[in-house]
Structure formats: structure tokens, C-alpha cells
Design a protein around this ligand. Structure first.
Ligand code: ADP
Length: 663
């Protein structure tokens, strides 16, 4: 311990016993230590406080007599004293130690000290005194801690916000007050197809607004920045946006303003409406398709009723014309009667095709001729085609093998193809032509295992089908036609029907116009000859007696005349009840009956006949104009009774009656 500190322990620097230079130096030093804005204490070798500056006394509030020569541990308290434990070794070895930390000072409480502990006078190897220069930086430390907590908080909130910004599903675009893009999140990058670095720093109008709207946008921006009304602020606005590749797409935008200090920023949250709008359009289209199909169904049942009603008068026209032709045989007028007959037969085919199309029922496969179905469809659409100036050229292979198929469904395919061809030809100048041809695929040696197929081609000389849409035309609801013209179901339904039949419907590689090909497997070896009327029987029918039952007198009369004309004995009844009464009176070989009659209908008549005359029940033929009614069909299916549809040709009636009598 130096003398100076031993003999000048007073806080005011006291008067020393040394004189001269030393005294002056000591005085200077003491003044300096008093002027330092830190607490300075000097401890002796026993860690007793031997000197302290005013700053120390001010801070502790203690008087020199209370502390001088007192152990420092007692002055600052044992808790604070123990904080220096770790530095004690280094001090002992003469090192100056910089130390800082929190200490619990008795009296002053918890303080943060920044100190230098300087061992002095170490000539003997051990320090004779320790000078402690101590700064209380508690306030600074607290402010620092507060500040760093705030910074941390800010950093956390910044990280949260930028993670929201980066992961938002909506595209977020921020601009400054001049409309220069300052933020462009990843969703915006994906939506606009523009890298972030190419968006930042550019005018938002240039980045995302189609050219024709830019001046309006810039005007709005200028108005808002000069304090004008911001019409779009906070509102959901739908508008067009521009992708980097120049394509436009619909978006919904919400715009808001953020003031940061004196700066103003605008942020837009953007949603791509393309998919929503496409879905909406699709829903509308399907709704329209449904409406169309409901309308068609309603019209179908209405027209089916009308067609049904036509059957009776048509039967009469056909039958009478046939009889007339026979009666006039050899005369010039016979040809006229024959023409009436042919025209009526065509009407009959049209009505039948229509009824078949309109009815909905489970598939009913029979042996059918594709040629007949094609002829029926051409007959049905003949007028519409001609009135559109379309020439129709059938080129049907005679003797085409039959297919095992549902005639209504296959007929529907042919009709769909014809209607499509007709619509495709609407805009064509010059000759409009549809060719319907049929044929048989040759079976090569390689193809022996595959059953031979019949085909039907419908070719038109319209505009054809663009390559880009060729793959899509068989998709349900795909149509290029205007609303009300197309439902996009025709080809889809047709193809699925063809496939259900083990066949295929396809578009053939294009020449002129479009050519669709329907292929179906041949069902057997039997060939269906084109339906030419069977020759009328020349012989009389001996003694067979027939009962004709129908509530329509004209039909009864017509059938009687046809049957009597070939020698049958015919009796007639105008209702089922009358027929039963007549059966009780006389013996009959066969019954030809209507199905729908007011008092006792065909089905009930059959049951009664079966009960009373079982053998005769097997010889009943039902003539029906009702191809639609499910109950009539069920009755015929269950009883396996033969039936003949109105209108019928004389030859058909006679051949069915002869078949009955052969049983
Ligand atoms: P729709 O006729 O109701 O549109 P389809 O399924 O029958 O539905 O046809 C789908 C699309 O195929 C049509 O919209 C049309 O673009 C195209 N198409 C069908 N047939 C022809 C044809 N003969 N010529 C040109 N395009 C056709």
C-alpha cells in the first residue's frame, strides 16, 4: 500500500505530509480522480477501503468515517462481494481486470457495474493496493435491454408479416404513392408470370394493367395522390389484369392504403377469377343443356302422343290404298293407289321412328338392319334436309348382314349424325351434300378371330372439324354451336351407345367435310334382305274363322276386308266384352285384337280367353298403336303374345295371321 493512499485517505483530497513535487503531483492526481465521472476506490492489501473519491460517497450516501479502513466486503455487502470471486485470482497475479455485471449492492440494490480493477505496486510480487474505477451503467443497460426487446419484437412481427406475405394465396402487390411497385409476393409472381425483380421498381400500371385501361388507372392514381376521393379503396372490384405473356385474365381486387411516417403506400390483394368464371360458365351451360333436354323431353312426350294418334288414320290410308291398288290391278289408276300406299308407308316409318326415339326404356336388342335404320332416319329428316337445300345420297349395300342391337338406340345415332351434318352445312354456299353409305368390313386372314362388322358412314361436304377440337368432340357437353343449337351430348351419347353394342363411333380422317363411321359387330350369318313387301297370298285360306276386335270401326272394316280378300272368314267385335260374348256363341281359329279398348281391354280379354279357351289364347295377335306404353310392353313380354304395330302393311298382317294359324 502506498504512503500517499495511507496518509491521504480523506475524500476532499486532504492535506498530505509530503511536500514539493510529490505533493503537487499527488494533489493533481487527487483532483483528477475527483473529476472522473466514475467512482474510484482504493483498497489495501487486506481489501480495506483506504481512499474513495467524492463520487463514491455521493453514490453510497456514506460518510468517510463509516467506511475508511473498513473491509470492502462489509461496505458493499456479501452478495456484491461474492460477484468478484472470479477475478480475484487474476488481480493477485497483478493483472488488470475489466469486469462488468449485475451486483446486489447493500443499500443501492441491483445495479449494473462496468469496472476496471487495477492492482498497483506489485514490486514484491503481490499487489499492495487495488484501484477500482467503477461506472454504474444500470440505466443504460436497462434502456439497452428495453431497446433490444423492442427490436426483437419488431423483428418477430416483421418475420411474421413477411411469412404471411410470402405464403399468402392471394397475390399481394404494394406500391408507393407514385404507383411504383415496392412489394410483389410469390403468389403475384405465379399469377402474373413475372419474376419479383422484374416487377419491383416498375410502374404498377405497366406491370399488371392492360394497355387500354392504363390512362384511366393513372388518372385515378393522380387524383388520389392529390387528395381526391379514392373510389376503389377498400371495395371489392372486378377488373381485367395482364399477364407477363400479354394475355388478359379477370381478377378481383381489394385495395388499401397504409401510411408509414410521411410516406403513403397502396397494397392490392388480387384473386384470379379465371377458374371461377370458367366454372360459372360451365354451370350455366350445363343448366342450359338440362333446360334444353327437359324441353325436349316435354316436347317428346307431346309429339309422341300426337304421333300415336296418327297411327289409326295412317293404318287406314295405307290399308285402303293397298286394297285399292289390288282392286285396280292392271288399270292405270293402280299406280296412283300404289303411290299413295308408298307415301303412307313412309309416314308410318317416320311416326314409328319418332315414337321409338321418344320412348325411354331399357335396351331391347333384336336383329336389326342398319339399312332399315338409315332409311327410316333419312325419311324422318328428309323434309328438313331438303328445305335446307341439302342433297341426300343413300348408298346402302343390299343384303347387309343384320346386327343384334337396340333399333331405337342405333336409330338415334344415325339421326344425331344426320342432324350434325345438316347443321354443319347451314353456312355452306354451293352444293350441300350428305352421303349415307353402309357396307361390311372385309375380314382379313389376320382378323379371323374378330367378328365381321357392318359400317355406316355419314359424310357431309361442310367445313369439317378443326384439328384442335377433333379430340374433344366426343366429350359430353362439348359443343361449338351457339346456345339453343347444341347441347354437346349427341356424339358423347352416340359413342357410348355404339360401345355398349360392342361397336365404335369415330371420326374418319378428313377429306372434304366431316365423315363419321359407326361400326357394329355382325350378329349372325342370317342376312336381312331389304324390306320388300311380301307377295300377297294368291290362295284362299280355307275354312279358318277369325275374330277381329277393335273399337275403331274403320280399322275393323279395313282388316276385315284385307283378311276376307284372301279367303278368311272374318267376324268383328267393337269391344272386348262383345268379343267374349261372341266367343261363347261360335268357334274361332284366331283372334286379332286391339290392345286399348274402353270397356274390356286387350289384356283382360286375353286373360278371359286363356281361362275359358286356353288353346285360343295362344292364337291371339294384338294390333297396337302404342309402342310407348310400359304396361302394354310388359303385357306382351310376359304373355309372349305376337303383336303388330299400326300402321301396318297388308302383307305383314296376313303373314302374322298365317303364323298364328300354323301354331
Ligand atoms: P352438339 O351438336 O350439340 O354440339 P355433338 O356432341 O353432336 O353436340 O357434337 C359436338 C361438336 O362436334 C359440335 O358442336 C361440332 O363442333 C362438332 N361436329 C359434330 N359433327 C360435325 C360435322 N358433321 N361437321 C362439323 N363439326 C361437327
Amino acid at each position: 500500500m502506498t504512503d500517499a493512499f495511507k496518509f491521504h485517505p480523506t475524500p476532499d483530497g486532504g492535506a498530505g505530509r509530503l511536500d514539493g513535487v510529490l505533493s503537487a503531483t499527488m494533489q493533481l492526481l487527487t483532483q483528477l480522480l475527483e473529476a472522473v465521472p466514475a467512482r474510484v476506490v482504493v483498497l489495501d492489501v487486506n481489501e480495506r477501503l483506504v481512499w474513495a473519491n467524492n463520487e463514491f460517497f455521493k453514490f453510497t450516501g456514506l460518510h468517510p468515517v463509516q467506511v475508511l479502513e473498513q473491509p470492502i466486503a462489509r461496505i458493499i455487502g456479501s452478495m456484491a462481494y461474492s460477484a468478484y470471486e472470479s477475478v480475484r485470482g487474476r488481480l493477485a497475479s497483478g493483472q488488470t481486470v475489466a469486469w462488468e455485471g449485475w451486483i446486489e449492492l447493500s443499500g443501492a440494490g441491483r445495479r449494473y457495474m462496468r469496472e476496471h480493477l487495477i492492482p498497483v505496486d506489485c514490486q514484491s510480487g503481490e499487489p499492495q493496493a487495488i484501484i477500482v474505477v467503477s461506472l454504474d451503467v444500470t440505466e443504460l443497460k436497462l434502456r439497452d435491454a428495453e431497446l433490444s426487446a423492442k427490436v426483437q419484437e419488431l423483428e418477430a412481427s416483421e418475420a411474421l408479416k413477411s411469412s404471411i406475405f410470402d405464403n399468402a394465396m392471394a397475390a399481394l402487390v404494394s406500391t408507393d404513392a407514385r404507383g411504383i411497385v415496392v412489394e410483389f409476393n410469390p403468389a403475384a409472381v405465379a399469377m402474373f408470370g413475372l419474376p419479383r425483380e422484374q416487377a419491383i421498381g416498375r410502374s404498377v400500371a405497366e406491370v399488371m394493367i392492360p394497355e387500354r385501361y392504363r390512362s384511366a388507372h393513372n388518372a385515378g392514381m393522380a387524383r388520389v395522390s392529390s387528395g381526391g376521393e379514392a373510389r376503389v379503396m377498400g371495395q371489392r372490384v372486378e377488373m381485367s389484369a395482364l399477364r407477363a405473356d400479354g394475355s388478359e385474365f379477370p381478377i378481383e381486387m381489394i385495395l388499401w392504403r397504409t401510411a408509414v411516417g410521411t410516406e403513403t403506400f397502396y397494397t392490392a390483394s388480387l384473386f384470379d377469377l379465371s377458374e371461377r368464371q370458367a366454372a360459372q360458365t360451365e354451370i350455366e351451360r350445363q343448366r342450359e343443356a338440362l333446360r334444353q333436354s327437359e324441353k325436349l323431353t316435354a316436347m317428346g312426350s307431346l309429339l309422341a302422343g300426337v304421333a300415336h294418334e296418327l297411327n289409326n288414320p295412317l293404318s287406314i290410308v295405307m290399308g285402303r290404298a293397298a286394297l285399292l291398288a289390288e282392286k285396280l290391278s292392271g288399270q292405270a289408276l293402280a299406280a296412283d293407289a300404289q303411290r299413295i300406299n308408298e307415301a303412307a308407308e313412309r309416314c308410318g316409318r317416320i311416326v314409328r321412328t319418332f315414337l321409338n326415339m321418344a320412348r325411354s326404356r331399357p335396351a331391347n336388342r333384336t336383329e336389326v338392319s342398319l339399312n332399315d335404320l338409315a332409311t327410316a332416319a333419312i325419311d324422318m329428316l328428309g323434309y328438313a334436309l331438303r328445305s335446307h337445300g341439302i342433297e341426300i345420297e343413300p348408298d346402302l349395300l343390299p343384303g347387309l348382314p343384320s346386327v343384334n342391337a337396340d333399333a331405337d338406340q342405333i336409330g338415334q345415332i344415325v339421326l344425331n349424325l344426320l342432324v350434325n351434318a345438316q347443321q354443319a352445312l347451314t353456312g355452306r354456299d354451293g352444293v350441300r351434300r350428305i352421303t349415307v353409305s353402309t357396307g361390311l368390313t372385309p375380314t382379313s386372314n389376320m382378323d379371323r378371330r374378330r367378328s365381321p362388322r357392318v359400317w355406316l358412314h355419314v359424310r357431309d361436304n361442310g367445313p369439317g372439324i378443326r384439328r384442335e377440337v377433333q379430340d374433344r368432340i366426343f366429350e359430353p357437353f362439348f359443343t361449338t354451336k351457339s346456345e339453343g343449337m347444341g347441347t354437346g351430348l349427341g356424339l358423347a351419347v352416340s359413342r357410348s351407345i355404339a360401345r355398349e353394342h360392342g361397336g365404335e363411333l369415330m371420326l374418319l380422317p378428313q377429306g372434304e367435310g366431316a365423315c363419321f363411321c359407326l361400326q357394329l359387330p355382325v350378329s349372325g350369318e342370317r342376312e336381312v334382305l331389304d324390306s320388300e313387301p311380301a307377295p300377297l297370298a294368291a290362295s284362299t285360306e280355307g275354312s279358318a274363322r277369325l275374330l277381329v276386335v277393335d273399337d275403331e270401326p274403320e280399322i275393323v272394316e279395313l282388316m276385315s276386308e284385307m283378311l276376307e280378300g284372301v279367303g278368311f272368314e272374318v267376324m268383328t267385335a267393337e269391344s272386348g266384352a262383345v268379343a267374349l260374348a261372341m266367343l261363347a256363341e261360335a268357334r274361332f281359329d284366331a283372334i286379332i285384337s286391339d290392345l286399348h279398348m274402353p270397356d274390356l281391354d286387350g289384356a283382360r280379354l286375353w286373360r278371359e280367353v286363356k281361362r275359358q279357351y286356353p288353346a285360343l289364347a295362344r292364337r291371339m295377335l294384338f294390333v297396337t298403336g302404342d309402342t310407348l306404353s310400359a304396361s302394354a310392353r310388359q303385357f306382351l313380354d310376359e304373355t309372349r303374345c305376337d303383336s303388330l304395330n299400326k300402321p301396318f302393311a297388308k302383307a305383314d298382317l296376313l303373314s302374322r295371321v298365317r303364323q298364328l294359324l300354323e301354331q
